[in-house]
Design a protein around this ligand. Structure first.
Ligand code: IDC
Length: 304
């Protein structure tokens, strides 16, 4: 069984030593459920050499959990993913994907029901990380996120007292300085920073460095090398600058996303329907580059 994750002095550890998590995020599981299978997770572990998967549950989008999604089915898919990850000794992030809903308080009742249920189901598991809110934006201010967290975190901790929690930060998870100024009162929490290298550049990297150096526990639980739209060209220079910072600060990072949507950010080519055994031809450029990053991170992790 994997060790429980624990934030010590602003750093992610497995309770004994520092640990870095890296891997892929699913796309919305209502749209791309096929990758929630043992075959794919095993390939992500073996072929991509990753140790973590993020399972994305959109809330307010078409077929979202709080919209017209089939709640029962979506919960079963999350549970299936968690169980597969556990079997393969991988960590797994359960992502409540706030996006067009902006303010996580919009669906607080449904979030309470969801996280109450999930933390009960996964109470005995060491591999589950609860991401309570993907990207607050606009009306999703830090005050609102804090109000929301103060209701959700105690609920999770009632059932899973030691669980690691990740929270989004305002402005699509870029304003991590809000958390540095006014951190949550809860321990074992990490704060999200998301970047898309062709859009988010030196200013965001400087903020990241400043906050991490000041001791803020930051988790990069979504990134890609293209524009924030998930489209456009990869910015190679900016991508390399991001990789260097991630490495230097020893940060965890999760790539968006496991899909063949045809967008730059989807790591598989549009005509690739394989669930494992992906060749270089099956990968888009973003996938190829990020796979090579992960391989390097895995070597470094083995050398610890
Ligand atoms: C994008 C998906 C795209 C989908 C869109 C809206 O790639 O297929 O149509 O969401 O639902 C984020 C979000 C993430 C976005 C991604 C790329 O967390 O949901 O996915 N992005 O735009 N933040 C910054 C970029």
């Amino acid at each position: 069984m994997l060790n429980k994750l624990k934030v010590i002095n602003g750093k992610l550890t497995d309770g004994e030593k520092p640990i870095r998590l890296f891997g892929l995020s699913t796309h919305g599981i209502a749209w791309y459920p096929e990758y929630i299978c043992e075959e794919s997770f095993a390939a992500l572990k073996k072929e991509w050499r990753t140790n973590c998967v993020r399972i994305t549950l959109y809330t307010d989008e078409f077929r979202g959990y709080c919209k017209d999604g089939n709640k029962q089915h979506l919960k079963e898919l999350v549970e299936k993913g968690v169980n597969i990850a556990e079997k393969l000794d991988m960590y797994v992030i359960v992502d409540w994907h706030v996006l067009s809903d902006q303010d996580p308080m919009k669906y607080i009742d449904q979030a309470e029901e969801f996280f109450g249920d999930m933390s009960k189901r996964f109470a005995e598991k060491n591999n589950v990380i609860y991401e309570i809110c993907n990207e607050p934006n606009n009306s999703g201010t830090w005050e609102k996120v804090t109000e929301y967290a103060d209701r959700i975190i105690p609920l999770i901790r009632q059932n899973s007292p030691d669980a690691l929690v990740i929270t989004g930060t305002p402005n699509w998870s870029q304003d991590i300085h809000c958390a540095l100024d006014r951190p949550f009162k809860w321990d074992n929490v990490m704060y999200s920073l998301h970047f898309y290298a062709a859009t988010h550049k030196g200013t965001l990297r400087s903020r990241l460095e400043r906050c991490v150096e000041a001791g803020l526990p930051v988790f990069i639980n979504e990134f890609n090398l293209c524009e924030a739209s998930g489209k456009g060209d990869i910015d190679h220079d900016e991508s390399e600058a991001w990789r260097e910072v991630i490495d230097r600060l020893d940060l965890s990072c999760i790539c968006w996303c496991l899909s063949n949507s045809g967008d730059t950010c989807g790591v598989f080519a549009k005509d690739c329907t394989k669930l494992s055994g992906w060749t270089d031809d099956d990968l888009k450029n973003s996938g190829l580059i990020i796979k090579s990053w992960f391989s390097k991170f895995a070597d470094e992790e083995n050398d610890r």
